[in-house]
Ligand binder design. Structure first.
Ligand SMILES: [Zn+2]
Ligand SMILES: [Zn+2]
Length: 347
């Protein structure tokens, strides 16, 4: 089969490789669409030594939709059969450790341990290929009302939903979303779908304009201090919840500044430098700051929210390429050519 193979940091090509075979409780899927994720450039550049990826070569890609073409031993008994259209997620956790048993498989204690845990496209081969093998733990049947391209975005949508749930706003609350990349825009959609009274997106440029076009309130960081802007707009000492989606080191402190006393901050952006957290404010005003890693069980609900039209994914897809043109697709995504948001690759 044809697949995108990364052989060293930033060295990749689409080439012929052996088609994988499904093992116990696994399925082989013919890939229909893969979405480029903001994490992919870090994986391809080898930015997380010893973590993502564990070794080269690697086939990345973890946001995808495809069709089951072969089931491994045990999978049929669980109801999986060829012909089922599925969306993939990246975490196939051990299922045995304490965290998995309590449902938090995204923080599996056996992360990356061979034979126990795989994160497809990160430390195990992923979906930039004609075929991909996944554990049945990490594929979800999708209804016909969701297109292949939208289904390829269900993984980040589930993560956005997990982010909003970790933020813990209540119906009617004001939610600030920092960073209007695809994740921030998905988070804004999910906050709205989960009953936020106001959703205020903080950012700049074309991406902030997109947030505005989607109907969210906006704060332009180039127009002044975003913390003062949020406090001014909310008039009650700040937003109830702030959701950090930019990964910028200064953004966590800004989020802590944006929420009211007793407010809550959830962080999905991974800061590359040490992020300063204003501990005095955090302690004295009882601000909760929580981390967010991937998703933990949100896929079925994300699918329903998309199927029912309450999350708009199609609006975020800006470019489409064939797998053979991955180089162009990748440059379009990383250089944000022509206002690129979600770039979809089709094998
Ligand atoms: Zn992703
Ligand atoms: Zn586990």
């Amino acid at each position: 089969m044809r697949a995108l193979v990364v052989t060293a940091p930033n060295e990749f090509a689409v080439e012929d490789v052996q088609r994988p075979r499904p093992g116990h409780f696994e399925v082989l899927c013919k890939v229909r669409a893969v979405a480029i994720c903001g994490t992919d450039p870090h994986i391809i550049e080898g930015d997380y030594p010893g973590f993502w990826p564990k070794a080269w070569p690697l086939i990345p890609g973890h946001e995808w939709c495809g069709e089951i073409v072969e089931v491994g031993e045990g999978a049929a008994a669980l109801g999986w059969e060829p012909g089922t259209r599925v969306a993939g997620t990246s975490h196939a956790a051990c299922g045995y450790c304490r965290r998995c048993v309590e449902g938090r498989y995204n923080i599996c204690e056996n992360f990356g341990v061979d034979g126990l845990h795989a994160q497809y496209g990160h430390n195990a081969d992923g979906a930039y290929a004609e075929y991909v093998v996944h554990s049945v733990k990490s594929v979800f049947a999708v209804p016909d009302s969701i297109s292949d391209e939208e289904a390829a975005m269900l993984d980040p949508t589930a993560i956005a939903l997990h982010t909003v749930i970790r933020g813990g706003h209540r119906a009617g609350d004001t939610v600030a979303v920092v960073g209007p990349g695809v994740m921030g825009l998905l988070v804004a959609e999910c906050a709205h779908a989960l009953g936020a009274g106001r959703v205020i997106v903080v950012g700049r440029g074309q991406r902030l304009a997109k947030a505005s076009a989607l109907g969210h309130e906006t704060v332009d960081v180039e127009a002044g201090d975003p913390v003062a802007a949020i406090r001014g707009l909310t008039g009650a000492g700040g937003a109830d919840v702030a959701l950090e989606c930019s990964g910028a080191a200064e953004a966590v402190a800004q989020c802590v500044g944006m929420v009211r006393k007793g407010g809550r901050v959830a962080v999905i952006g991974i800061p590359f430098e040490d992020a300063r957290v204003p501990m005095q404010r955090l302690v004295l005003d009882e601000i909760d700051v929580v981390g967010v890693r991937a998703a933990a069980g949100e896929m079925p609900r994300a699918i329903q929210l998309v199927a029912s039209g309450r999350l708009r994914l199609r609006e975020l897809i800006t470019h489409r390429f064939g797998l053979e043109d991955f180089g162009d697709a990748y440059a379009t995504f990383t250089e944000r050519r022509d206002g690129a948001l979600k770039v979809v690759v089709r094998p």
